[in-house]
Ligand binder design. Structure first.
Ligand code: BG6
Ligand code: MG
Length: 214
């Protein structure tokens, strides 16, 4: 029986996935290397540094470690500038309703995000106080597709993995949830998430009864 729902943040609860894309696109254009939405999809759920490595590898470009730090700092500053536009209006369809209905029946809820900006974002969209647990990129060594973030979240929630369901828009997140022994719901399409057990367009398609039936 489902006792906890673990939400990814970027692209599931809030539309920040578009800002991640735009910030990487800006950096790639500066470096004169190709970057498009298809490559961006591979970066969903992946840490900042690992994302940069994927972009550079795609163009067979090599940088020293200190340059990688400079480049990730640059991308993060572009991204944080964009975050200034964020407000409660950036919350994606169905998120608030699903969070409230889960809370009303005391199903535990958590955010498990690879982002080091997750807590800032949750405060900006005024959802910070809604969750029993928030685990983010500052708490883990290995980002999705490693299961570390979900296993840590399950421990903090005190709910075993088999009683948790993860809601994710990232291939890396679906893989991590599978490895951690949790059920998963993919937010996207069959093409964008070929490995997800269940696919929904957004959170407005997920009802409390649906969660209880899993
Ligand atoms: C994930 C995003 O939530 O966080 C990734 O899907 C992003 O695209 C990752 O790279 C790390 O985010 P941040 O905010 O720490 O750069
Ligand atoms: Mg995501």
């Amino acid at each position: 029986m489902i006792k906890a729902v673990i939400f990814d943040l970027d692209g599931v609860i809030v539309s920040t996935d578009e800002y991640h894309y735009l910030a990487w696109k800006y950096l790639a254009d500066e470096l004169g290397i190709p970057f498009d939405r298809e490559l961006n999809h591979k970066l969903r759920g992946v840490s900042r540094l690992d994302s940069l490595k994927i972009i550079l590898q795609h163009s067979n470009v090599d940088f020293a470690d200190h340059d990688l730090d400079e480049l990730t700092d640059k991308k993060n500053s572009y991204y944080k500038n964009m975050l200034q536009e964020l407000s409660a209006r950036s919350i994606l369809p169905g998120a608030k309703e699903l969070i409230e209905s889960l809370r009303s029946v005391k199903i535990k809820i958590a955010v498990a995000s690879s982002s080091k900006n997750a807590k800032t974002i949750l405060s900006m969209i005024k959802l910070f106080d809604k969750f029993d647990v928030i685990t983010d990129g500052n708490d883990i060594e290995n980002s999705k597709p490693d299961p570390e973030i979900f296993l840590l979240t399950s421990k903090r929630l005190n709910v075993p993995p088999e009683d948790c369901v993860v809601i994710e828009d990232a291939e890396a997140g679906i893989e991590a949830a599978k490895k951690s022994g949790m059920k998963q719901i993919g937010i996207g399409t069959n093409e964008s998430l070929p490995n997800a057990d269940i696919i929904k367009k957004d959170l407005s398609e997920i009802s409390l009864n649906f969660i209880l039936s899993l």
